[in-house]
Design a binder for this molecule. Structure first.
Ligand SMILES: Nc1ncnc2c1ncn2[C@@H]1O[C@H](COP(=O)(O)OP(=O)(O)O)[C@@H](O)[C@H]1O
Ligand SMILES: [Mg+2]
Length: 402
């Protein structure tokens, strides 16, 4: 009931765009829910986007993360109305916009290349779309001033794009996209052209601006760290499909498959055999050791891979618990493996690197190259030393072997 009233209001606003462009978001108001229903698109018979469902919640910062060519831009451009899907439907705030032209979708778009008008100042760039929509001059000036403030470009309003750094230009693009108070802000690798330091700084700004303007954001990147910093939730894309959805932490801890496990950061992969499942815990045999791992419902066969993050590995004395190779678990073995840990493998240290916040240790676990991150204050192993690799029961992620 409330929803249909809301829709009627929206429809009215559409006919009088001045009303909607001048609307300031009400604090706490949630708008910009995007529902993608079985949307697909092919190029020359090859799907660039397989039939895809996606529900982006109002107010959410949602990221599409995937390697180049995985279909991220295709999906974003379909949401923007810059590409027509071959199949499926798209709703924004309950309204079917599948065939609605871009300029009537009430969205803002920021691309990797800033795409600013070079002959217009910062203020004029931000003002441009408002002018096109015939917002009255006084309102326009007020809105431009708000946007300049929001994107932290006070003092730069009269500069031309050529007089700004890449990061500042991208702030202008953000201000311009947000000036019309869009329901949804779409961003396609907006930090891609910036160097590392600037990317981090502007990434944090993008998040702040999204929160302050209370705008739903759909963000595209191939950079896992960027996705982690920004996102409430994200979808990992591969070959035109969203293979897994979740919060950054869920995806990092419980990858659905080997691709997601590897794409979301460094990990060590130990082949094993699934020997039992009991609710959230699974029993897996790696070499001659039995481990308790997280259950992964996507696994169907017995051949699995344990995905162990570098920071999950703990070092023990070599051969610790060797006697428990036989399931009997001799008393001596229990003493050798510290409580709350279990043994994954033995390994030889091949490299030790101090990296400031952590010490990176490279190891050879009898043919499996692996890496561990240690706290710099922990005892430092030496190259050639034999150690035991230990993990906490139930922490290791399992994925199906490919
Ligand atoms: N205009 C086009 N013509 C033909 N193929 C295209 C076109 N645009 C994209 N593709 C293909 O569609 C797939 C997805 O592309 P895209 O969505 O741009 O990926 P991403 O943004 O993840 O890098 C790729 O295989 C790409 O080569
Ligand atoms: Mg792209």
């Amino acid at each position: 009931m409330t929803l249909s009233t809301d829709r009627r209001t929206r429809g009215a606003e559409r006919k009088a765009p001045m009303t909607s462009t001048s609307a300031t978001p009400i604090a706490g108001q949630r708008r910009g829910e995007v529902v993608v229903n079985d949307i697909g698109l092919d190029y020359n018979g090859v799907p660039a986007l397989a039939d895809t469902d996606l529900h982006v919640h109002a107010g959410e910062f949602f990221t599409l993360l995937g390697p180049s060519g995985s279909g991220k831009t295709t999906l974003l451009r379909i949401i923007a109305g810059l590409l027509d899907p071959a199949r499926g439907s798209l709703h924004i705030d309950g309204t079917d916009v599948t065939r609605t032209p871009t300029q009537k979708r009430d969205i803002g778009f920021v691309f990797q290349n800033y795409a600013l008008f070079p002959h217009l100042t910062v203020a004029e760039n931000i003002e441009y779309g408002l002018k096109v929509r015939k917002m009255p001059a006084a309102k326009r000036a007020k809105r431009v001033a708000e946007m300049v403030e929001l994107v932290a470009l006070g003092g730069y309003a009269d500069r031309y794009p050529s007089q700004l750094s890449g990061g500042q230009q991208q702030r202008v693009a953000l201000g311009r996209a947000l000036a019309q108070n869009p329901r949804v802000l779409l961003l396609d690798e907006p930090l891609g052209a910036l160097d590392r330091g600037l990317r981090e700084e502007l990434g944090a700004e993008v998040r702040r601006i999204q929160q302050e303007s209370n705008t739903t954001a759909v963000y595209v990147t191939h950079d896992q760290e960027e996705a982690f910093i920004l996102s409430d939730r994200m979808g990992v894309m591969r070959d035109g499909r969203i293979v897994q959805l979740g919060t950054p932490e869920q995806l990092y801890r419980e990858p659905k498959d080997l691709f997601v496990a590897k794409f979301l950061g460094k990990t060590n992969l130990f082949p094993g055999r699934l020997t039992g499942v009991d609710g959230a815990k699974s029993l897996v045999r790696v070499g001659e050791h039995d481990l308790v791992a997280r259950t992964n419902a996507a696994i169907t066969g017995e051949d699995v891979v344990c995905s162990v993050r570098p920071e999950q590995l703990v070092f023990g004395a070599a051969g610790a618990g060797a006697a428990d190779a036989g399931a009997a678990g001799a008393a001596g073995a229990a003493a050798a493996v510290p409580a709350g840990l279990e043994r994954l493998a033995d390994a030889t240290v091949t490299e030790v690197r101090f990296l400031g916040q952590r010490r990176s240790i490279h190891l050879d676990a009898d043919g499996i190259a692996c890496a561990a991150d240690l706290d710099p204050s922990a005892p430092v192993p030496v190259v050639g030393e034999r150690v035991s690799l230990l993990v906490r029961p139930g922490e290791v992620a399992l994925v199906a072997a490919e």
